[in-house]
Design a protein around this ligand. Structure first.
Ligand code: NAD
Length: 495
């Protein structure tokens, strides 16, 4: 395997200031094949690059926009900053209950947007520095794959360049899906991309789609004063979530005046002098100032070429891969949102590492997608891993279930967030107690930060008896997980 040679090794001897100015182009291109050429610098692509480079691989990363992808620029990071603003606003509104006199809060949205952008910029700078520090060669432009693992770069500052890789990773991500009759104009009708930078929050909004994105934006806007309606086609919000958890989210949404309409088909909208009228269900309409389309994401393969290669797309347009992220073209992989696995940044990281490990000659295990961690940052937060009660029963498991509410947890009461629950699903043993832990589903305060312990338990295939031996710090919200596990031994403490 080639190790740091040719063009790159010359570049690496240049003083730091000179490195800044060199953009790889056709004229100064690397003549040796790279160990790995990555197309797409989102979480899957940059994880493969960073991990592989940390182990000495010579890597090229082709990116048409900015490294960081959807997650950093129009996804996880900016969305969570806006949700944090909503959380601060809620806290200030409720401050009098603590004896803190703060008055009625008001929002300076432009400050919020600046803060959000500063965080994105800081992380972008950090990531760019990491890639540079690991000597990943960056190419600016659109990458397309041709035969024999040749990648053509065009349309960017690197000009037209052809790169050759011993291996190639396709990690071009996803873009928001839209629905017929709703043209995205960035003002009246937006997707998550535009909403994250909207100049002002609307008075009234409809969110079409009640998945993770829809619920997060509905929660954020409602907390900041928008009257929100969610229109969801399926009978319940948050597909894939345990029903008890979804019910608690819906209860909280309703308490905060979010109108949740499930099982409804949206037929179109008619703009008028004040906003637009959205039609749905049996001739119902609702007038709003903003329509947010949150009906999922689709794989992004535009411009990826693939002519003369054996790479196939699925009938839904994803890059078809096996459980090791291998396409049908030898030594060409796919990872991240462009393959049909959960569209989560941390799943992209895991897939990028899985690919790099194979190139390094390791023998890694495939990812078990049924047990990945899921975190949804609406209020109340949702976090889960492993099977829901319904999924476990459908899979033929005889189960025992424990449910414990945060209302009995000291720390949750102290922070003023008693709504929520930890639900654990375990295999039932002959004596009726819990055996292997199959799934953990949480809703409530800071549960996204408490999921790690649950993730380890489920993925280590730990039993109730094993986990019940551990000690949880008191007073913490994480104790509720410990209490819930203990209850499945047939004995209990507080719950
Ligand atoms: P999603 O697929 O999770 O949810 C989309 C929802 O829209 C579904 O409930 C679907 O039934 C509904 N829908 C589809 N067409 C509709 C229509 N015409 N009318 C009404 N409802 C309709 O997609 P998402 O929420 O857009 O998220 C996209 C991806 O990004 C998902 O894979 C999600 O897991 C991921 N994501 C995750 C997080 C997180 O974990 N915190 C946050 C954002 C996005």
């Amino acid at each position: 395997m080639a190790r740091r040679q040719g063009w790159c090794s010359q570049l690496c001897r240049l003083p730091a200031a000179a490195i800044e100015e060199v953009v790889p182009t056709a004229e100064n291109a690397h003549t040796e094949p790279f160990d790995l050429v990555v197309i797409g610098g989102g979480p899957a692509g940059y994880a493969a690059a960073l991990y592989g480079a940390s182990a000495g691989l010579d890597i090229a990363l082709v990116e048409k926009h900015k490294v960081g992808g959807t997650c950093l620029h129009v996804g996880c990071i900016p969305a969570k900053e806006l949700l944090e603003t909503a959380s601060v606003y809620r806290t200030v509104k409720g401050a009098s209950a603590f004896g803190v006199v703060a008055g009625e809060p008001s929002l300076e949205w432009s400050v919020t947007l600046t803060r959000k952008q500063n965080i994105v910029d800081q992380l972008f700078k950090g990531l760019s520095g990491l890639l540079k520090g690991r000597k990943v060669t960056m190419f600016d432009g659109v990458g397309s794959l041709k035969a024999d693992r040749t990648v053509r770069v065009s349309g960017g500052a690197s000009g037209d360049v052809e790169l050759k890789g011993q291996y190639v990773l396709l990690a071009t991500g996803s873009v928001p899906r839209t629905i017929p009759g709703f043209d995205i104009d960035g003002e009246l009708v937006v997707t998550s991309d535009e909403l994250l930078s909207i100049p002002a929050l609307p008075e009234r909004a409809v969110v079409i789609g009640g998945g993770a994105i829809g619920c997060e934006f509905a929660s954020m806007m409602a907390d900041l004063g928008t009257k929100v309606t969610i229109l969801e086609a399926l009978p319940k919000l948050l597909p894939g979530c345990d029903e008890d958890i979804t019910n608690l989210v819906v209860r909280s949404f309703k308490k905060r005046s979010i109108d949740v309409r499930t099982g409804v088909i949206v037929s179109g909208h008619t703009p008028g002098p004040s906003g637009t009228k959205v039609s749905f269900g049996d001739g119902e309409t609702i007038e709003v100032d903003l329509v947010v389309i949150a009906v999922g994401r689709r794989p992004h393969t535009d411009g990826l070429g693939l002519d003369g290669t054996a790479v196939k797309l699925t009938d839904r347009g994803y890059i078809d891969v096996d459980k090791y992220c291998r396409t049908a073209e030898p030594n060409v992989f796919g990872a991240g949102d462009v393959i049909a696995t959960p569209a989560l940044a941390h799943v992209g990281f895991a897939e990028g590492i899985l690919v790099a490990k194979q190139i390094l000659g390791d023998d890694p295990l495939p990812i078990d997608y049924s047990r990945v961690p899921w975190c949804i940052y609406c209020h109340p937060e949702v976090a889960f891993t492993g099977l829901s009660e319904q999924q476990a029963k459908e899979a033929g498991f005889d189960v025992v279930v424990s449910k414990h509410r945060f209302i009995g947890n000291g720390r949750a009461l102290i922070v003023g967030e008693p709504d929520g629950m930890v639900k654990i699903i375990a295999e039932k043993q002959a004596d009726g107690t819990g055996g292997r832990i199959l799934g953990v589903h949480m809703v409530g305060p800071w549960v996204t930060e408490q999921l790690g312990q649950a993730y380890l338990s489920v993925n280590w295939e730990a039993t109730v008896a094993e986990v019940a031996e551990f000690i949880w710090p008191h007073p913490t919200m994480s104790e509720l997980f410990g209490e819930s596990v203990l209850a499945l031994t047939g004995r209990s403490l507080h719950g």
